[in-house]
Write a protein that binds this ligand. Structure first.
Ligand SMILES: Nc1nc2c(c(=O)[nH]1)N[C@H]1C(S)=C(S)[C@@H](COP(=O)(O)OP(=O)(O)OC[C@H]3O[C@@H](n4cnc5c(=O)[nH]c(N)nc54)[C@H](O)[C@@H]3O)O[C@H]1N2
Ligand SMILES: Nc1nc2c(c(=O)[nH]1)N[C@H]1C(S)=C(S)[C@@H](COP(=O)(O)OP(=O)(O)OC[C@H]3O[C@@H](n4cnc5c(=O)[nH]c(N)nc54)[C@H](O)[C@@H]3O)O[C@H]1N2
Ligand code: SF4
Ligand SMILES: [Mo]
Length: 754
């Protein structure tokens, strides 16, 4: 075949950033496999990456804009779609004020450097305070905790998985998720290697996950109590004289405050609440301290709880107390190739991060956190009438499906229906975008280049990897980045090209003005001219690489299709710090102020609680339309322990109704020892009964976020509580389950019944 081509392409689907080999014939993808020559992923790929061809050719992907006419979404041209937006959005803002429009950025934005670089431009152009994103149903607590401790929100300590002797994992299932805030492609291989060299893997999770099964020890914890467990471990370290700061000692402040906070939580005090014997907690702490090197790592299960920031903070407190922060085999700071907040500016000191932003939500009066409002407040900001600032009347979503991914989805879907105007940039007509007035179609990721700005900052080695597009954009369709710029240009009365020039000029000026930048003192105009013919996000990336610490250009990366390995993580303290004190602030005031809330957990009552789970063949809410992702047994099932099943009167394979304060769903039951008694589990991202996705519709499942409660948040970070939801479980069809109802929602339909 003469038109057969081989392309090397970073997988854009999850944080592992695997290198793929994509074979194409003409316009068809004929095969996708892991790239054995990739510097970082060494041939690893998961079923999702392998399905990229299926995703590219999915006939249900949107190919043209849609505009609502007489209540129906109908195909339209780009010019018609932009004209509709230009006619309606500026007018709406003029009439109701800039805060009448909100923006929600979804998870795939983080996987597209163009979308990521231009979204701030759109937000600025809209001028709204109502900025929402998937971050507040995910990792906001971690950003906040590390921002306060180390000075920038991206300074997340990353487990040195390839060298560590001991890895303690809480609330994460990297053998299924492939890692998050922890980019390490081929997690199965890396964890196997850890154990093979005599290292120890300990997993704390209420479920016996794939990772827990592969571990040396599995600790089954009661959901929502990790902060207590970690506090008791810290208590043990102090009580037994095991605190060893090592070379960090001169760089740490606040040690006494931490000692004081955890003094109230000896293992015996927390054991019952955590459901973990005191002797085990003490041993976990001793083993952590005794290991030649160790890393503590927490993810979704630690973040998406009412004490998410405290737990995220304590994870790194333990890394510091055991001397494992910033040392090989411990948890270290990546030094990414593209200029970033912890490589720019004065090394070792900075402005730090402030909490309690000046803006407050209208209804609950919650502060913005790191510039965002909690996604859990989006519905009420739309559906609550009355004074106190502007009600949200228009919404712009970019690559987000908040109808399925944020708490109390039924309320949000109802609220979306009340908007005066809604614009979505998305690949599919789904549970969220079906409410839009204008949908702009996102092209296949294979038609754009790839560089993972955030994940290059969270990776377990220093790597730089860029891939060009596999296919040219079909019919000249605009990319996500171009669509975002175009929207911003409409609001500002300018062109996308002019905005693109503006961003790059500003970045060049900032780099030239920064004494620590290799471009310091250069003429910004000259710097921009040196970037040559490239335009858009790749030109910006080129500039950020030149302004970064490795003397790289985008041409260097283009010449290295398997990536550039920049070596293992190196100690960066104190240079990496950007706190006002120039120290690791181990006890930041906002966290100290929040710490008394830990005591609430001691008295938290028993009863069934719901946790989530991920599946190897899922990607949040949006890949269920690919046959390869939904084949086989139903995966949207309720996992329940044998004893709880008996108590509830339900059987394996039977149907159950799960009820929470906000809603109820009916679902098939799987009775299994893999959840601890008192805990049931349902995956999120399902509930596709009403979408334009034909395969997903046939495998609808139920939306677990019809059960999560939008009123429950982590107060410091505003993050939603998505795990440890109080529920009751009854046989389906049984009359009146005991429930504190607001509205009962039929399985998957998204329509309130009462
Ligand atoms: N109960 C519960 N809820 C959760 C979680 C949980 O564990 N439990 N996890 C949370 C987490 S960690 C996250 S990150 C959020 C995710 O929350 P969201 O980001 O709101 O949801 P996704 O399911 O990732 O939806 C992504 C959207 O982007 C679209 N899309 C896909 N590719 C592209 C593209 O290239 N361009 C554009 N423009 N659109 C694209 C998809 O069609 C889909 O509509 O969900 C959260 N919700
Ligand atoms: N296959 C697949 N991979 C994915 C995704 C996907 O949807 N599918 N989503 C991607 C995204 S957006 C993200 S953010 C990452 C998430 O990456 P991870 O955090 O590794 O993913 P989860 O599988 O949600 O793991 C969370 C674990 O926390 C446990 N848990 C629940 N509550 C608690 C608790 O209170 N305490 C403790 N200790 N554990 C608890 C759950 O049982 C679950 O096993 O995954 C990414 N990768
Ligand atoms: S692990 Fe993540 S990055 Fe790697 S192939 Fe799978 S989805 Fe893609
Ligand atoms: Mo996420």
């Amino acid at each position: 075949m003469t038109d057969e081509r081989t392309s090397y392409r970073i997988c854009p689907l999850c944080e592992a950033t695997c290198g793929l080999v994509i074979t194409t014939r003409g316009e068809r993808v004929v095969s996708v496999r892991g790239d054995t020559e990739d510097e970082f992923s060494r041939g690893f790929a998961c079923p999702k990456g392998i399905a990229l061809g299926e995703l590219h050719h999915d006939p249900d992907r949107l190919t043209t804009p849609l505009i609502r006419r007489n209540g129906e979404l109908v195909p339209a041209t780009f010019e018609e779609a932009f004209a509709e937006i230009a006619a309606r959005l500026p007018k709406l803002i003029e009439e109701h004020g800039r805060n009448a429009v909100a923006v929600y950025l979804g998870n795939p934005v983080a996987h597209d450097h163009a979308a990521l670089l231009y979204a701030p431009m759109l937000i600025k152009a809209l001028g709204t305070d109502h900025r929402y994103s998937a971050s507040t149903v995910d990792q906001m607590p971690k950003h906040l905790a590390v921002g306060l401790m180390f000075g920038t929100v991206m300074s997340v300590p990353i487990p040195d998985v390839d060298r560590t002797d001991h890895l303690l994992v809480l609330g994460a299932n990297p053998l299924v998720s492939n890692g998050s805030l922890f980019t390490a492609p081929d997690m199965p291989g890396r964890l196997r290697a850890l154990r093979k060299r005599g290292g120890r893997l300990v997993v704390v999770d209420p479920r016996r996950t794939r990772t827990a099964k592969a571990a040396d020890e599995h600790v089954t914890i009661r959901p929502g109590t990790d902060a207590l467990l970690l506090a008791a471990m810290a208590h043990t370290l102090f009580a037994e004289g095991l605190v060893t700061l090592g070379r960090l000692a001169p760089h740490v402040s606040g040690l006494d405050d931490v000692r004081e906070i955890v003094a109230a939580y000896p293992p015996e005090t927390v054991a019952q609440a955590c459901g973990v014997p005191a002797a085990d907690i003490r041993r976990l702490a001793r083993e952590l301290a005794a290991a030649p090197s160790a890393a503590v790592y927490g993810r979704i299960g630690t973040c998406t709880t009412a004490h998410g920031t405290l737990a995220s903070w304590l994870v790194d407190v333990l890394n510091v107390l055991t001397g494992n922060l910033d040392r090989p085999g411990g948890a270290l700071f990546t030094k990414p190739a593209a200029r970033t907040d912890n490589t720019a500016g004065e090394p070792g000191r900075g402005r730090g991060v402030r909490v309690g932003g000046p803006r407050r939500t209208r209804v609950r009066g919650l502060p913005s956190v790191l510039g965002e409002f909690p996604a859990a407040t989006l519905a009420e900001e739309i559906d609550t009438p009355g004074p106190g600032g502007e009600r949200i009347r228009a919404l712009v979503t970019v690559a987000g499906n908040p109808a399925l991914s944020t708490p109390n989805g039924a309320r949000l879907e109802a609220a979306l229906g009340q908007l005066d105007f809604m614009v979505c940039i998305d690949a599919y007509l789904n549970e969220t975008t079906r409410h839009a007035d204008v949908v702009l179609p996102a092209p296949s990721p294979l038609t754009r280049s790839q560089y993972d700005l955030p994940f290059a900052q969270f990776s377990t080695r220093n790597v730089a990897h860029w891939s060009p597009p596999v296919f040219p954009p079909s019919d000249g369709r605009p990319s996500d980045g171009e669509l975002i710029l175009r929207l911003a240009a409409i609001m500002l009365g300018t062109t996308a090209e002019a905005l693109d020039d503006l961003v790059v000029q500003r970045t060049a000026a900032a780099a030239a003005a920064d004494p620590s930048s290799p471009l310091h003192g250069r003429d910004p105009a000259e710097l921009v001219a040196e970037l040559g013919e490239r335009r858009g996000a790749d030109r910006m990336l080129d500039l950020m690489l030149r302004a970064g610490p490795y003397d790289l250009t985008l041409d260097d990366l283009a010449a290295a299709p398997h990536g550039v390995d920049l070596g293992p993580l190196q100690p960066r303290i104190p240079e990496v710090l950007r706190t006002p004190s120039g120290t690791i602030e181990l006890a930041p005031q906002p966290i100290v102020d929040d710490a008394p809330r830990l005591a609430d957990l001691l008295t938290s009552t028993a009863g069934l609680t719901l946790v989530g789970r991920r599946d190897l063949r899922s990607n949040n809410s949006w890949m269920h339309n690919l046959p390869a992702m939904v084949k086989g047994a139903d995966r949207c099932t309720l996992h329940i322990s044998p004893s709880d099943a008996v108590a509830a009167g339900i059987v394996d394979g039977g149907r159950a109704t799960v009820t929470s304060r906000v809603g109820a769903v009916e679902v098939t039951v799987l009775v299994t020892d893999d959840v601890r008694p008192g805990v049931v589990s349902l995956p999120h991202g399902w509930g596709h009964a009403e979408t334009g996705m034909s395969v997903a519709r046939a495998h609808a499942g139920v939306n677990s976020n019809l059960l999560t409660d939008e009123l429950e948040i982590d107060p410091l970070s505003g993050n939603a509580v998505l795990n440890g939801i109080p529920v009751t479980v009854t046989p389906a069809g049984a009359t009146e389950p005991t429930r504190p109802t607001r509205s009962v929602v039929a399985a998957g339909s998204g329509k309130p019944l009462s």
